[in-house]
Design a protein around this ligand. Sequence first.
Ligand SMILES: O=C(O)CNC(=O)[C@H](CS)NC(=O)CCC(=O)C(=O)O
Length: 276
Amino acid sequence: MLRAAIVQLTSSDDPAANMPRTEALVRDAAKGGAELIATPEVTNIVSMSRARQREMLRSEAEDPTLARLRAVAVEMGVWVLIGSLALSGESPDGRFVNRSFLLGPDGGIVARYDKIHMFDAAPGAGEAYRESAGYRPGKAATLARTPWGGLGLTICYDLRFPELYLRLARAGARLIAIPSAFTRPTGAAHWEPLLRARAIETGCYVLAPAQCGTHPAAEGRSRETWGHSMIVAPWGEVSVMGETAGVLFADLDMAAVDAARARVPSLSGARVFHGP
Ligand SMILES: O=C(O)CNC(=O)[C@H](CS)NC(=O)CCC(=O)C(=O)O
């Protein structure tokens, strides 16, 4: 059994204000017995302003949220998946990166992953995002080794690209992280079915900690996120949060991965075919 926890947050555009709230919930999760604790996409800052991001963001080496959570991982003796940090100074073209970190219980960085698929979309209600203008996309899928098996690292909009998940599962993933900051319109329409589909088609546990609530407006644009953080079992059963910050625990029986794959062997059953 793995006791896992996901943390739901309403991150603001001030990393120094977000950090103690994040740390408090990670500590609550550890005190509740969680061995693996996952936080949402852009745990350190949600901002609609590139100017504000340029002012507040730091490089990986200087990021205070990363340093703080590494210390918490050591102190509490837990694995922490920082869903992502927005970081500057990592790309020669001046763009930021949207990077996940898996921390081991010794505080070491076990794996890093830069979000591959950038959210360039107009999901409705006058909202438009051009993530690729602000962030440099990653180019490499990442599978981390953990005591519970392979953990595939992905982020938010990646959820819509099922090939990535099939490749992670075929390479050995038994757990997949999908930390997110979903919009409200796409969350209402797509969040749960896409997460359940990824869990069912890969036969993996899916951990999907998300941002929720209302984030600071800037440049005349506001931002709300969907919340409803979820843990999905390989057979598709869901544990779900509401729309406010907090922690969700789940006891994961890793044998359910093998059981689901034995009942329906679609992960290993793909055939080579021609066309269209
Ligand atoms: O902007 C930042 O600082 C960090 N990046 C994000 O929050 C990204 C781009 S706006 N959000 C998503 O990918 C939501 C995807 C989504 O909602 C969907 O696929 O429907």
